[in-house]
Design a protein around this ligand. Structure first.
Ligand code: SAM
Ligand code: DTB
Ligand code: SF4
Length: 325
């Protein structure tokens, strides 16, 4: 699908004010690096506090054994090597959320390796959401594809955000994931919006996609109506055993360009510098903040992969004059 075609699941009444074509975003990617960063920084300052970065902490509440075959994921039963773990108890989740809050996180994101939740699993997840919210944290869950009525149950429990990524360009999607389609993802995103939950939706770069495909993914995200409140940009963490374990690393400047184009095309969204930060130098992360990233995953673990220690992030924020928000 090209970015000019309306996504199938969006009704004609929901035409976004600005439509981005893939071509227009390729044009941004192709700018000289300094010109692109200058434009991104201008958009960033017009729409956000210049030096504030929001902190979200992740917890895997159910790990491994997933029926889906996502080529990047260590939790897929098809190839993943992640240690399988059953759904956590509410008390353990609350303890982790309290620790995250004590370290300065404002949002707690709970992830499950499911194609989608069963109704009986949601009983415990809704208890988790209520208990984490009671600590004064924003709540986010990522549970896979939702069935009718499940988004409403999450909303009732007090859920603030649902994370569900488009992951890659529509024209590349089938090369990475065969057990579901990107249109299935749009269906769930519609259910989330319909229930009045805020949307966290982004993707992964560095999976062997072209620059045009990176632009195409960003056009899809920017043309959602409204665009996602939160846009995680993940750099592939090549996990052992996965089909993408030997994917050649992306040019770091291309990653920064991706952040900058996300910032320009989604001016009001929080753009999160997400997976892959542990492998990045402080200087590269500084360029990502300059390009308009204003959120990170904070805490020494993502779901199964590592993330920088809180101490390293605190030191980096101090060196760059960034404040945690
Ligand atoms: N099963 C649910 C789903 O797929 O939506 C929730 C968990 S899934 C692990 C959440 C997201 O993590 C994926 O959509 C993908 O963007 C990201 N992710 C997974 N493995 C990754 C990896 N190795 N590197 C970068 N991002 C990854
Ligand atoms: C998102 O976009 N990135 C996070 C969160 N949403 C759930 C997950 C990153 C996972 C990285 C690989 C791992 O930890 O297994
Ligand atoms: Fe399952 Fe999500 Fe991993 Fe895909 S990304 S294999 S759906 S846990």
């Amino acid at each position: 699908m090209t970015a000019t075609a309306a996504p199938k699941t969006v009704s004609p009444a929901f035409v976004p004010a600005t439509r981005w074509t893939t071509e227009a975003l390729v044009g941004l990617f192709d700018l000289p690096f300094s010109d692109l960063l200058y434009r991104a920084q201008q958009v960033h300052r017009q729409n956000h506090e210049a030096n504030a970065v929001q902190l979200s902490t992740l917890l895997s509440i159910k790990t491994g054994g997933c029926s889906e075959d996502c080529g990047y994921c260590s939790q897929s039963a098809h190839h993943g090597e992640a240690q399988r773990e059953a759904l956590l108890e509410v008390g353990d989740v609350v303890a982790a959320a309290q620790a995250a809050k004590d370290k300065g996180a404002t949002r707690f994101c709970m992830g499950a390796a499911w194609r989608g939740p069963k109704d009986k699993d949601l009983d415990r997840v809704t208890d988790m959401i209520g208990a984490v919210k009671a600590l004064g944290l924003e709540t986010c869950v990522t549970l896979g594809m939702l069935k009718q009525g499940q988004a409403e149950r999450l909303k009732e429990a007090g859920l603030d955000y649902y994370n569900h990524n488009l992951d890659t360009a529509p024209e590349f999607y089938g090369q990475v994931i065969k057990t579901h389609s990107q249109n299935d993802r749009f269906d769930t995103l519609d259910k989330v919006r319909g229930a009045g939950i805020k949307v966290c939706c982004g993707g992964i770069v560095g999976m062997g996609e072209t620059r045009r495909q990176r632009a195409s993914l960003l056009a899809e995200l920017a043309n959602m109506n409204p665009p996602p409140e939160s846009v995680p940009i993940n750099e592939l963490v090549p996990m052992p055993g996965t089909p993408l374990e030997n994917a050649p690393p992306l040019d770091p400047f291309e990653f920064v360009r991706t952040i900058a184009v996300a910032r320009i095309s989604m001016p009001g969204s929080m753009v999160r510098l997400s997976a892959g930060r542990q492998e990045m130098s402080d200087e590269l992360q500084a360029l990502c903040f300059l390009a308009g990233a204003n959120s990170i995953f904070y805490g020494d673990k993502l779901l199964t992969a590592g993330n920088p220690e809180a101490d390293r992030d605190e030191a980096l924020f101090a060196r760059l004059g960034l404040t945690a928000a």
